[in-house]
Design a protein around this ligand. Structure first.
Ligand code: MN
Length: 314
């Protein structure tokens, strides 16, 4: 997806790894995009900018629809990041300026590596189930690879852990000995976590990494605290594992990774290091340069929003 809540000012985002075992919950920011589609931004927020290399987490839906496209995002550019598209229900058709086309469905991963620049569109395909519920996540690319060639990969075979008490599917990175085939560039984990009713799910964690849980449906008990939807629950570092309980069953996403160690600058759909890079990417998009064309798309592409000349106060 495109960043549908753009601000005119670019935002400096830096990890703040916290070794304390307490749970730091920051509320998501919700926006009604019309036609019944609500987006909830869990990252970045004022309280939390990054978790490992993860710098963006939007959830959207659940939504039922008929006779229209629930998702209809015209071509837009990205730099310096990987987009991770993960669905709980429905389907999304991706087309990009490299000529790749791919529908993503629940249990599958669409992974786009923007590198120095790519453009893509995302829309509800012609054959749809009339449902839409999913996540859009971004991974910041580290300095060594962020100017590299763009790429797109689709993965339909992702590892599932069933440790008792629930089910976990690892879509990026590694968790509990399972490794996603998704091509990544930093030590990380991204996983869908389903805790069964009256279940207790135990997961080992990399203790040097920081982690966060975003509850999508239901309630999860961790360390004697109830974790609810509507917040990002930051879990800090130095955890050897998690014991997740739920009475009525719950769905959540676990993100984590080694603290990123580089300060990034985010604006619209760009992840960079300074304002000149963002200005240059914006100008190239507006001039029809660098990013190529999404030839599969019929219709206008997204216009870049205005960019202010100074950074947003953090
Ligand atoms: Mn996008």
């Amino acid at each position: 997806m495109s960043n549908l809540m753009p601000q005119d000012q670019a935002e400096r985002c830096t990890g703040q790894p916290d070794g304390q075992p307490e749970i730091l919950s920051t509320p998501v920011r919700s926006a009604d995009l019309g036609a019944g589609l609500t987006v909830a931004r869990a990252l970045p927020t004022r309280g939390r900018r990054m978790v490992g290399p993860w710098c963006f987490l939007d959830s959207y839906g659940p939504l039922s629809f008929s006779g229209r496209k629930a998702m209809d995002v015209a071509p837009h550019p990205h730099i310096g990041l990987q987009t991770v598209s993960w669905l709980f229900a429905g389907e999304v058709l991706h087309n990009d300026s490299l000529g790749f086309s791919g529908v993503v469905r629940p249990g599958e991963l669409n992974l786009m590596t923007a590198g120095r620049g790519i453009a893509h569109s995302e829309e509800t395909p012609k054959a749809d189930t009339g449902r839409l519920h999913g996540l859009q996540l971004w991974l910041a690319l580290p300095e060594a690879v962020r100017h590299g060639e763009p790429a797109f990969d689709h993965y339909s075979d992702l590892p599932v852990l069933e440790p008792g008490g629930g089910q976990v599917q690892v879509f990026m990175g590694s968790l509990g000995g399972a490794q996603s085939p998704g091509r990544g560039f930093s030590p990380t984990v991204g996983a869908e976590v389903r805790v069964g009713g009256n279940g207790c799910l135990r997961l080992p964690l990399e203790s040097a990494w920081e982690h966060a849980l975003c509850v999508i449906e239901g309630e999860i008990e961790l360390d004697g605290q109830q974790l609810s939807p509507g917040a990002l629950h930051y879990l800090g570092t130095h955890r050897e594992g998690l014991e997740l309980r739920s009475t009525g069953g719950a769905l959540a996403v676990l993100i984590g990774g080694a603290p990123f160690g580089e300060s990034i600058l985010m604006w619209w759909n760009f992840v960079a290091r300074d304002l000149d890079e963002i200005r240059s990417a914006r100008a190239d998009w507006q001039a029809g340069e660098r990013f190529g064309e999404v030839r599969a798309w019929r219709g206008a592409r997204l216009d870049a929003p205005e960019l202010a000349g100074r950074l947003r106060a953090s």
